[in-house]
Design a protein around this ligand. Structure first.
Ligand SMILES: CC(=O)[C@@H](O)[C@H](O)COP(=O)(O)O
Ligand SMILES: NCC(=O)COP(=O)(O)O
Length: 260
């Protein structure tokens, strides 16, 4: 239906980890993380995500502070999302900077990449006070969770505002005979989140090809945070054209146009 009210499309938060990863291979300060943020936000991205891991393999503390200052000064409507393990270094950033959102991720210090969500039956009581502390500072809390509909309500029980569905299993199945099964898993997890009064974010290995099918199958996703594939695309197309392509994929999923 043309001209009718469009549902609010999902917000795009660009994860800049991989810009910092390349920058760290020389002592020249390029590619610039803050310039990447500026160009992505100028192109229409809704926010910036960083995951300052304890080993500082990519995003470092100075990057987090510089991005926070940039968004506060030049992009007050953009959201800043800081990811990390609250039992490692994440809470220091939450207390110092009070970002719009923090995403609790249960990664070990040397983990290759994020590859699982929280086991709240085991860790729920431990994360609960840290969630309460972050919220008392005015920071929205999202918990990185596997797409398990039975586990999602526990995120509400420990005080989270949102869950971020860990989407690698879907991304790995995309384009195969297993895609439908994965989409049903994620749709059920999203439904469980909505039923529990939780907002739904999503991320990990999403790209402009697999994104529309996901957003059509999982209604009401508030934010996708995308880094690795988006930055890889930007190496070929540039930040602006790449962000526009991802926004177009989001709008296509919201019924704003065909896939052709
Ligand atoms: C939590 C998650 O899935 C990603 O946001 C994470 O930041 C990826 O970390 P790397 O960029 O270090 O692989
Ligand atoms: N939370 C997911 C994220 O920020 C980026 O993940 P990826 O797109 O780098 O896999």
């Amino acid at each position: 239906m043309h001209g009718g009210p469009r549902v609010n499309p999902t917000a795009l938060s660009v994860n800049l980890n991989k810009v910092a990863l390349v920058r760290n291979t020389r002592h020249l300060g390029i590619p610039s993380v803050t310039r990447a943020a500026t160009l992505c936000l100028q192109a229409g991205a809704h926010g910036i995500t960083v995951h300052p891991r304890p080993d500082a393999r990519h995003i470092r503390g100075d990057d987090v502070r510089a991005l926070h200052a940039l968004l506060k000064k030049d992009w007050p409507r953009a959201e800043f999302n800081i990811e990390g393990n609250p039992f490692h270094n994440l809470m220091d950033f939450v207390r110092e900077l009070r970002p719009h959102q923090c995403t609790f991720v249960p990664d070990s210090e040397g983990q290759f990449t994020s590859d699982h969500g929280w086991d709240l039956e085991k860790d729920g009581e431990r994360v609960k006070p840290l969630i309460a502390e972050a919220k008392s500072l005015g920071v929205r809390v999202s918990l990185f969770m596997d797409a398990d509909a039975r586990a999602i309500p526990l995120a509400k029980a420990v005080g989270a505002d949102r869950v971020e569905l860990y989407t690698e299993p879907y991304a790995a199945a995309w384009g195969t005979t297993r895609q439908g099964e994965q989409l049903r898993r994620f749709a059920a997890a999203g439904q469980a989140a909505h039923a529990a009064g939780l907002g739904v974010n999503a991320g990990h290995d999403l790209n402009r090809d697999n994104l529309p099918d996901f957003l059509r199958a999982v209604p009401g996703v508030l934010e996708v945070s995308i880094g690795h594939a988006l930055i890889a695309d930007a190496l070929e197309m540039g930040y602006a054209a790449t962000v526009r392509a991802y926004l177009a994929a989001i709008h296509r999923a919201a019924g704003g146009g065909s896939d052709q």
